[in-house]
Write a protein that binds this ligand. Structure first.
Ligand code: AFP
Length: 330
């Protein structure tokens, strides 16, 4: 069977229904190309001298892996010259970076986590890249922080690439979520999962149970509910990789919920709103699922800082509704 490449799929959407414009198409293609480069480095593992710590920390005090730094640079270099972006921001940067003045400025902003789950790289477990695209709202020539601090409902595109047993890209521009698998022989992403739909109710619960003593009483009760321990529902299977992209991807295809609640050590949760939770929430909603922060829909949260953290419950709609009900935000 002849499969549709990512480029053909995007061109089709641009041509037939004008669902995306040329600049946004270029942006998605450039991200995909950069991620192929990251995939090659990740796949080479120990052979590419990419494993281990870079000996540095990011602005949030987290130890950077060599591949974190490399992936950040690959995405930055691939995207800053195209003329379609006004600014970029990444987990590995202190502040947003306006595109260099020797290149034209565009109407979009790219926010990304270059390598999510990177503490898993050294032991050959799936990791991923997550990205979010917003439209510039400020009036100056280049993008500024104000442009980045928009609620997730304003995203015009979002996606992730999972570097797993195969490399897959999943993206949305607000007309469904579509998945492509990288054919390493052709070097192309090929359409493999058109119009992904997450099951209404899921099988999998992904949560780090080691924090149980640190959760609030309602969160403890919620997780007990998912595990079937209060006798009110069938127990879900607990599966936790520790790479959000991998846990999310499994649950998107198989049904379930990924939860990273606030706890007494991380009162705002661990995961970042702008470039981790918002893009996955957008994809999940487009696939028929939901995402909640314990009080509101993730996509409705008004951000106040670039590296803002948030608790998250994301996945199958019925399972997220249980969180809404039990955390008192019905
Ligand atoms: P690293 O990038 O430091 O490996 O963190 C991964 C992550 O941000 C996310 O991908 C995981 O779901 C989550 O952290 C795991 O955190 P815990 O180890 O606290 O469960």
């Amino acid at each position: 069977m002849r499969r549709v490449t990512l480029t053909q799929f995007l061109v089709g959407r641009q041509r037939d229904r004008n669902l995306i414009n040329a600049d946004l198409r270029l942006l998605l293609e450039t991200i995909a190309r950069a991620c192929k480069g990251i995939s090659t480095r990740v796949n080479k593992g120990a052979l590419a001298d990419g494993l281990g710590s870079a000996g540095t920390s990011n602005s949030q005090g987290e130890v950077q892996k060599k591949l974190d730094v490399l992936s950040h640079e690959i995405l930055l270099e691939a995207n800053e010259w195209g003329g379609n972006l006004a600014a970029l921001a990444s987990e590995e940067m202190d502040n947003p970076r306006p595109t260099p003045t020797h290149y034209p400025s565009g109407e979009y902003l790219l926010l990304f986590d270059p390598l999510d789950g990177s503490s898993n790289i050294d032991v050959n477990i799936s990791v991923g890249t997550i990205f979010s695209v917003l439209k510039k709202v400020s009036t100056g020539p280049r993008g500024v922080i104000e442009d980045m601090l928009q609620p997730g409902s304003k995203q015009v595109a979002a996606g992730y690439v999972i570097y797993g047993s195969s490399t897959m890209l999943v993206y949305t521009t607000g007309q469904g979520a579509h998945g492509f698998t990288l054919d390493p022989m052709l070097g192309e992403f090929l359409l493999s999962h058109p119009d992904i739909r997450i099951p209404e109710q899921g099988r999998y619960l992904s949560v780090n149970g080691a924090y149980e003593q640190l959760w609030s009483a309602p969160v403890q009760a919620l997780i007990r509910r998912y595990r079937g321990l209060d006798g009110k529902r069938e127990a879900m299977n607990v599966r936790y990789v520790g790479s959000m992209v991998a846990d999310f991807h499994r649950n998107l295809l198989g049904g379930g919920i990924f939860a990273y609640p606030a706890n007494t050590k991380s009162p705002k949760g661990k995961l970042r709103l702008l470039y981790e939770c918002n893009p996955l929430a957008f994809i999940c909603e487009q696939a028929g699922g939901a995402a909640f922060d314990g009080a509101r829909n993730i996509l409705d949260v008004q951000p106040t800082e670039l590296h803002q953290r948030t608790p998250i419950y994301v996945g199958s709609k019925c399972d997220v509704d249980i969180a809404r009900e039990m955390l008192g935000a019905a």
